[in-house]
Design a protein around this ligand. Structure first.
Ligand SMILES: NC(=O)c1ccc[n+]([C@@H]2O[C@H](COP(=O)([O-])OP(=O)(O)OC[C@H]3O[C@@H](n4cnc5c(N)ncnc54)[C@H](OP(=O)(O)O)[C@@H]3O)[C@@H](O)[C@H]2O)c1
Length: 319
């Protein structure tokens, strides 16, 4: 089976690429910058130029492809391209997939898609889900929550650098997941015919509130966090009027995230069915505590090495 992966340079995409190669799939990635994607070529991927903003570049990428895995999304720093990439680009991609008789199209949506008309990305994601359902392409949609990887920037780094962590007064329970596990589900769906034309809510087994994540990081870092509590209502006000401050982007991102995830989704019951469908044992899933533990061990070792190198350099200077 030959795969076209879009977004292979991204956080989730690169995990899918790595696992697909390990499983022996032929992997092609549609990339818009060969230099940036050179690591994928080193892994053994075929790179083809393509840009969702340039529809004429899409059909050549699909030649000889069995399944498309779309892990792309507009980059935060290219915010004007949100509608162009996550809507227009994806519509052209689905049309091209129909024309190329693609056997499976995997799309990553977000939790609670269909409920937040006021959040542009969520609205576009839901729109694409509908387009896929109406298309002739066999699809699988995964509605995702947050990634473990995003928590490093959100909690671990601010604690280590003594920067403020903004939390709301809401105790939102979020079942974050490691992108390595999302990649496992994604590739497994290609082998399970019952997952065709289905939408799955994909979440980890445990829900976490921000205070739990903060105390976990505090323990591992051996440092206290600088937590700034702010009511959700004030956060809305602040993000609207002070969005141009350095921390404005962070605050408004967090607000959107808190709003979207604040409504409880049907996690518990459906999660167990989901793991059964995908023949995935809960023990196979990477737990957040283990993920953070590994991160801090690696980081602290790196800091010790740097410290050791500095001491050696200073000794050499003295000699
Ligand atoms: N991150 C989360 O917590 C989260 C939560 C729910 C759902 N999701 C969904 O999961 C998927 C993967 O997210 P992610 O965080 O891994 O994404 P990411 O790290 O931001 O990567 C985005 C990818 O899309 C590519 N891309 C951007 N614009 C493109 C264009 N015009 N044409 C072709 N490719 C383009 C980027 O390529 P370049 O390297 O060239 O920029 C990159 O490979 C997305 O669908 C996202 O919406 C993510």
């Amino acid at each position: 089976m030959s795969l076209l992966i879009i977004g292979g340079t991204g956080t989730l995409g690169r995990q899918i690429v790595l696992q697909a190669l390990t499983k022996g799939y032929q992997v092609r990635c549609m990339v818009r910058n060969f230099r940036k994607a050179s690591f994928l070529k080193e892994w053994g991927v075929e790179l083809v130029y393509g840009d969702l903003l340039r529809p004429e570049t899409i059909p050549p990428c699909l030649k000889g492809i069995t399944a498309v895995i779309d892990a792309s999304t507009s980059r935060i720093n290219e915010s004007q391209s949100l509608k162009k990439v996550d809507w227009i680009g994806k519509l052209r991609l689905i049309e091209a997939a129909e024309a190329a008789s693609i056997k499976r199209f995997i799309f990553f949506s977000t939790q609670n898609a269909g409920q937040f008309e006021n959040v542009p990305l969520i609205k576009l994601k839901y729109g694409i889900e509908i387009k896929l359902k109406r298309s002739t392409v066999p699809y699988t949609v995964f509605r995702l929550t947050g990634f473990y990887q995003g928590l490093i920037e959100q909690y671990a780094i601010p604690i280590l650098e003594n920067l403020p962590i903004w939390v709301t007064n809401e105790s939102t329970n979020i079942s974050y997941m490691d992108t390595q596990d999302i990649a496992k589900f994604c590739l497994r769906s290609l082998q399970i015919p019952q997952t065709t034309n289905q939408v799955f809510f994909l979440g980890g087994l445990k829900g976490w509130v921000s205070s739990e994540i903060i105390s976990l990081c505090e323990q591992l870092a051996g440092q206290e966090a600088n937590v700034q509590q702010i009511p959700l209502v004030s956060l809305k006000f602040i993000s609207k009027f002070f969005g141009f401050f350095e921390w404005g982007q962070n605050v408004s991102d967090r607000l959107t995230f808190a709003e979207i995830l604040n409504s409880q989704d049907s996690l518990s019951e459906s999660t167990f069915d989901l793991y059964k469908t995908f023949k995935m044992a809960p023990t196979e899933i990477i737990q957040l505590d283990d993920y953070f533990l590994e991160y801090f061990i690696r980081l602290l070792k790196r800091l010790r090495d740097i410290n050791f190198e500095d001491v050696q350099k200073q000794k050499n200077l003295i000699i």
